[in-house]
Structures are given as C-alpha cells and as structure tokens.
Write a protein that binds this ligand. Sequence first.
Ligand code: CUA
Length: 340
Amino acid sequence: MWDFPIFPKQASTVASSVDNLTLFILSYNVLITAGVFVCLIFCAVYFRQRHKDEVGEQTHGGLLLEISWAVIPTIICLVTFWWGVKVYAELVVPPADATDVYVVGRQWMWKTQYPTGHKEINTLHVPLGKPVKLTITSEDVLHSFWIPAFRVKADAVPGRYTTLWFEATVPGEHRLFCTEYCGTEHSRMIGKVVVHDEADYQKWLTEEAEFGDALQGRKLFTKLQCVTCHAGESQAKAPILEELYMKRVPIGFDKGSPTAPGTSVLVDENYLRESIRYPSAKIVAGWQHPSIMPAYDESLVSEDDLFQVIAYIKSLRRGQTPPRIEATTQPRALGAPQGK
Ligand code: CUA
C-alpha cells in the first residue's frame, strides 16, 4: 500500500484540532493556487493572438468579479482567524488540574524536573489521559521545545518562563525535538516522551523518586559517618543494614528493658526513623544497651535528609554498603557517643 502520511500520528487531545485547521488552510491554498493556474492557462490559450495584426481589446470594470475577489478572501480570512483563535485558546490555557513539569533547555540538552524533585535529561515521562503543563526556560540561548505527535511547541527563552500543556492519548514513546537552531549540536538536541498509563506512571514516579532520594541518601550515609560503624563486613561495630527493609529483626532491649526471647520488630520507615533519632529505643538482639550510636536529632539530620537516608537504607541490597574509609573521623558536632 502507498503510505505517505502528511502529518505525524496524533497522540494528544489537541492534535486533531490542529490538524483540521492546518488541513483547512492547506486546502484553500491549494484550491486558490490551482484556480490561478487554471485561469492563467485558459487566458493564455483563449486570448492568444490569432492573426499577426490582431490588437487587444480594452475592458474596464467587472463589478461581480471585483466584489467576489474582495468578499470571498475576507470570509476565508475571518473563518481562519476565528478557527485559529479557538484552537490557540485550546492550546494555551492549561486545565487547572494539570501536573506541573519543569523543562530547562541548554546547549545541547533538555532537562526535565518533576514535582517529586526527580530530574531527567532528554526524557519526559507523562501519564496517559491526564493534562500535563510544562513550564519551560533556557539557561543560555533560544531553543524551542517541540513534540510533533502532540502538536505542541514552545520557545525556551532565557530569563523567561513559557508554558505549554497537553494531554497524551497514545501510550508509548514519542519523539521530542529542539526546533530552533541553537548552535553546532542543535540537531542532536532530541529526546523522547514516554506516555505511561496511570498505574504505570505512579509506579514510575515512586520508583524514580525513591531512587533519586536514595542517591542523595547514599551521600549522607557517608557524610554522616554512618558507614564507619554500619559497614558491610561481619565484624562491623553495628548491625549491617543491607536488605533490611520490611524484614523482622529480633530485639534485645526495648526502651532500656531486656525483652522476652523471640521479640522482634518490623523494619519499616518508622522503625528506621526511630533508630536514627533515638538509637537506644530498640536494640537489635546481641548488641549492648545503651547504643554506642549517637542520636541523630534535628540539628544533625533534617527531616528532608532523613527521608533520603531512609530511602537509601530501603534500597540497600546485599554487598552494596559503601566501603568504610578508615581515615574518616567522627564529625565534631557529634561529640562523644551517647550513653557512656
Ligand atoms: Cu536547542 Cu536547537
């Protein structure tokens, strides 16, 4: 079959409105151009010089003709204007419940940032059938953000936010481009939009967000010297934290009192939080009370940081504890271990 698509596939709610308007403009342009050429050829043939001494006849006026070439184009222009305003309004006014995603262009990449704080390069993950609003800017020169399948495009202007919105209707991957010449590697400033269905999007958001937090948490884990005692080897000075999340661990002391044999606790976020803020609250069986671990209170680990440390501990798999650096000393702020 002959397959020659004029437009890219339609993958957003506004795509068909944009295509219909474009087709309308395209079709009357083709018709007018064709009409001009038909008249031209007809006149050239019909009014040709038939005898050597033939002279052209002068005519003046032609009221019907003059009215029609004034009125018809005016109507066409007004219809185009009215239709254009309608589609433009559809394109520029995002629904109030649209998800915000921030986009920064720079030579030569697109950086995207989600409400969760997670960031990506040259990739945009969006939910299917939900409005998404992009707020776009540039770090250096003019770029232009374009998703052909969605029929949306907006310039990325340094020092200014531009916005566009869309609601994706086709799951899967679509291409995105920089569509304004911005330097030598302009043509490589391309990427993809990944459209997930709702459940898939939530899953992606959670996983990616936790992964992002976990990465930050790993830095804190070494910075706060956690790794000095919670090392990966068996002779570590504190329990190994790998693959601990949502497991039950046996407890030897609960709030200072020895526990009945077989007592255990579920390692969830709250247990991890308690053990960081109040290390002596629940002591793992086999370890002394009070804990030698200092209490990491608000002055040492903010709530934000704590989320990240916990996300990191949740993500820790067997053998992933970073190597202990013997040269590192305890941060001065921690002072002597508590409870000595
Ligand atoms: Cu950025 Cu072209």
